[in-house]
Design a protein around this ligand. Structure first.
Ligand code: NAD
Length: 759
């Protein structure tokens, strides 16, 4: 019978330096669960009481992961605030003991006793106790959440200067806050001003920057990490190494005003609150609570009992909010999508051919070489097009290098993985002889795409997959030109490709499962979250966006103001309002999409006066790219403002139509008129098997257009709002406005039976 290996093991060297290795059995990464915490405490107790041990190095046995964070399941199981406090408080106490270990005068019989004891030991008592043996965190790979809190509880931190090494407190993204002492130790270590953005945005910090802000004391090459850590542990034990965390000069003065002077400190918190309100419209409780906790803690001192109390109470309050629960479901769904539902691909695809070096092609090549670490050959018909595409990639990488998130060496080595070719290169075919996968992003034109498919299938090997990034041409139509239809598929990316996380994978009837497995795998490696969508006009995301935008136009003609629409929908939780979105997409593009969707969706799009957009386009108002659209975009850095000529023109159209306003223009109406049409279309997609399940629909909407993540996506929104309530509302709108508001059959059935999409 195999014996269960321990998650936490250690060795002690001749110098009395213990190396503690975290290696969670049966898991790819280390997470801090209750079990793991028990073991950590047991091991630390043992080391602390062993006279041969002088200091400890804490390290990980996992490749590229120190500790990824706390086990999220631990807190999703919680039903009450009490349950949540019972997670946060023992974790706080564990790290307090860890940081300032007291040798307890009893033999430990079970972990329960220890927990019970720690429960009653107040931080002050521990703080006053004798300091324990020095501990050094040797960090390589992800060090997030609870992992960073663990590192913070150590006396010294060394991180590898490696792209995989990132430190962050990402709790805010799950709608909670760091509950194991992070809100106390981080500001105490790096200062409030640096700690605030880290906690409010979940910002990921690389080793170099971490060193600069004194989050880590030292950086090391991965191969030298262990010896450097042992050296440091020895130095600390001997009293020869004194960590230099002194802040000097201007920095010191700033820190003094930000943290110690009440008046200026209050200003800092006021500013932080304003900033959060501006960015989130107050719909996310976590960042505001984080500010509250930091403010209380700063007042009483970081690490004070009041600070710790504020932290675990804040953690407990946030953990039960629907916002947090929804963010967690999105996180779980995203994690689940990382498992390829089509299994292991038959081929390990190494080289990707990208056709077209435009906005999309260059973006696709960038994520291929940068995220997926594959080779790419990017081909454009024109050498100017190629040059533009290459400089788009270089520009993005260089921006990362200037922000120090990659080194200039990395920038250049990533860049060297892209080979650019154009028609001007006489031997361009050579570069495609060993290509495993082609992703095509040439102009949106059937004949051109057909020609390109034939041309490149002829020069690539038989196992090569051909994927198209078309937005509007049916995949089955394009597959007609393919001589390997089983290897033909749609990969629909979103712009800008390096930032937008969604990938829609569209198969036509002949696409093989293995081909889908291969492109799914490539998408994951490129850092995308893939969903599988049926071959219908608009696929999933754009199809649902159609009725939503149509309602935006209808609302304008019903008398709604551009500014009010943007404000109502950002308050609902969209990252940008619909009028800003249409300016970004381009009014010409939006108009084409609407017209194209109308051929399939009929009354569900194109209900607003179609001549209005034509008139707008005739004036050359295309949105941001032309400097004018719903808004005016001043050259340079000036802020956009609503375009008064547009408003005047809309008023003119309203007058000519002579139709009185419905008056259904309250903020709630603006939100529900637009959102209900979006949601109805998502439900139709589910009804018609265009998407596989509600979770895919939620993921698509959240990652494709930023549909209110804290609401968990359209299906979770409908569940929370109530399907029958939504159906009632839509039917009331239907009476006033017409068939575009008719709820689909699935919604009506669900309303009747009082069903939910998710359980
Ligand atoms: P783009 O106009 O920026 O780029 C197209 C590029 O293809 C140009 O550089 C052009 O020179 C090149 N090209 C034309 N014919 C070629 C050929 N025979 N061989 C090699 N290169 C050729 O266009 P884009 O916005 O990047 O869109 C490309 C495709 O992606 C289109 O099918 C579009 O519908 C789709 N798409 C666009 C978006 C978006 O937001 N822009 C989103 C998803 C999908």
């Amino acid at each position: 019978e195999a014996q269960k290996k321990s998650n936490v093991s250690f060795t002690v060297d001749a110098d009395g330096i213990a190396t503690v290795v975290f290696d969670q059995q049966g898991s790819k990464v280390n997470t801090l669960s209750m079990d793991m915490s028990d073991e950590v405490q047991r091991v630390m107790q043992q080391l602390e009481s062993d006279p041969k041990v002088r200091a400890c190095v804490i390290t990980s046995g996992k490749p590229d992961c120190f500790v990824a964070g706390a086990d999220i399941n631990m807190f999703t199981r919680c039903k009450t605030q009490e349950d949540l406090i019972n997670i946060s408080k023992p974790a706080q106490d564990m790290f307090l003991k860890f940081a300032q270990y007291v040798i307890l005068n009893f033999t430990l019989t079970s972990s329960e006793i220890l927990f019970k004891l720690t429960w009653h030991v107040s931080p002050r008592v521990l703080g006053d106790a004798r300091r324990g043996k020095p501990k050094v965190a040797a960090i390589h790979g992800t060090c997030m959440g609870g992992g960073l809190e663990l590192a913070l509880a150590c006396d010294y931190r060394i991180a590898t200067d490696h792209p995989k090494t990132v430190m962050s407190l990402p709790e805010v993204m799950l709608g909670i806050l760091p509950g194991a002492g992070g809100t106390q130790r981080l500001p105490a270590l790096v200062g409030l001003q640096a700690a605030l953005p880290m906690m409010l945005t979940g910002q990921r910090i690389k080793a170099k920057k971490a060193k600069k802000m004194k989050l880590v004391d030292q950086t090391a090459d991965p191969f030298a990490l262990e010896s450097a850590a042992k050296q440091a542990a020895k130095g600390l034990a001997d009293g020869k190494l004194k960590p230099n965390r002194e802040v000097k000069g201007l920095q010191k003065l700033i820190r003094y005003f930000v943290e110690d002077v009440e008046y200026t400190r209050n200003l800092v918190f006021k500013k932080a609150r304003e900033q959060v309100m501006k960015q989130t419209k107050g719909v996310y409780p976590a960042p505001l609570k984080i500010i509250d906790v930091l403010e209380t803690s700063a007042k009483h001192g970081f690490g004070s009992p009041e600070g710790y109390r504020a932290e675990h109470m804040g953690f407990a309050e946030l953990g039960l909010t629907p916002e947090s629960r929804n963010l967690v479901t999105i996180y779980f769904a995203q994690t689940a999508s990382k498992k390829n539902p089509f299994g292991k691909p038959s081929v390990a695809d190494k080289k990707v051919g990208v056709l077209g070096a435009g906005l999309m092609g260059a973006g696709i090549a960038e994520v291929t070489v940068n995220n997926a670490k594959k080779d790419a050959v990017m081909k454009d018909a024109k050498s100017e097009g190629l040059a533009r595409g290459l400089s788009q990639i270089y520009g993005n990488l260089d921006k990362k290098a200037r922000r120090k998130s990659i080194s200039t060496f990395e920038r250049d080595s990533i860049m060297s993985r892209v080979t650019g070719v154009s028609d001007a290169d006489s031997n361009w075919q050579q570069h495609f002889k060993d290509v495993d996968m082609i992703i095509e992003a040439v102009f949106e034109n059937v004949d051109l795409k057909h020609k390109v498919i034939r041309e490149y299938e002829a020069v690539t090997p038989d196992h090569c997959v051909f994927a198209t990034n078309t937005s509007a041409i049916p995949i089955s139509k394009l597959a007609e030109a393919s001589k390997r239809p089983d290897k033909f598929v749609g990969m629909h990316y979103f712009s800008p490709v390096d930032k937008m996380p969604l990938l829609e994978i569209i198969r036509h009837p002949g696409t093989s499962d293995d081909t889908v497995a291969r492109v799914y795998d490539m998408g994951l490696k490129q850092g995308k979250t893939p969903i599988i969508v049926k071959d219908v006009p608009g696929f999933y995301v754009n199809r649902c966006l159609g009725p939503f935008m149509d309602e935006g136009m209808a609302l304008l003609l019903d008398g709604a103001k551009i500014k009010d629409l943007d404000s109502a929908l950002t308050k609902f939780g969209f990252p940008v309002g619909p009028m800003t979105l249409i300016d970004e997409v381009g009014l010409d593009v939006a108009n084409n999409v609407a017209k194209f969707l109308a051929t399939d969706l009929g009354a569900r799009v194109g209900t607003a006066d179609p001549t209005m957009l034509d008139q707008v386009l005739a004036k050359g108002w295309y949105g941001r790219k032309s400097g004018k659209g719903m808004h005016i975009f001043p050259a340079g850095k000036g802020k956009k403002t609503v375009n008064p000529e547009m408003e005047a023109m809309i008023e003119e159209v309203i007058k000519q139509r002579g139709k009185p306003s419905s008056g259904l223009l309250s903020e709630e109406d603006l939100q529900l008129r637009m959102v209900s049409r979006f949601c109805n279309e998502t439900a139709l997609c589910l009804q018609d098997d265009i998407i596989t399940d509600p979770t895919a629909g939620d993921i698509g909407a959240v990652f494709g257009i930023g549909f209110a993540p804290f609401r968990g996506g359209p299906f979770r929104f409908m569940d929370a709002y109530g399907v029958s309530k939504l159906v009632d509302r839509m039917q009331r709108y239907q009476d006033v406005f017409g068939a575009q508001f008719e709820p689909c059959q699935l919604l009506k059935d669900m309303a009747k039976d009082n069903r939910k999409f998710h359980n």
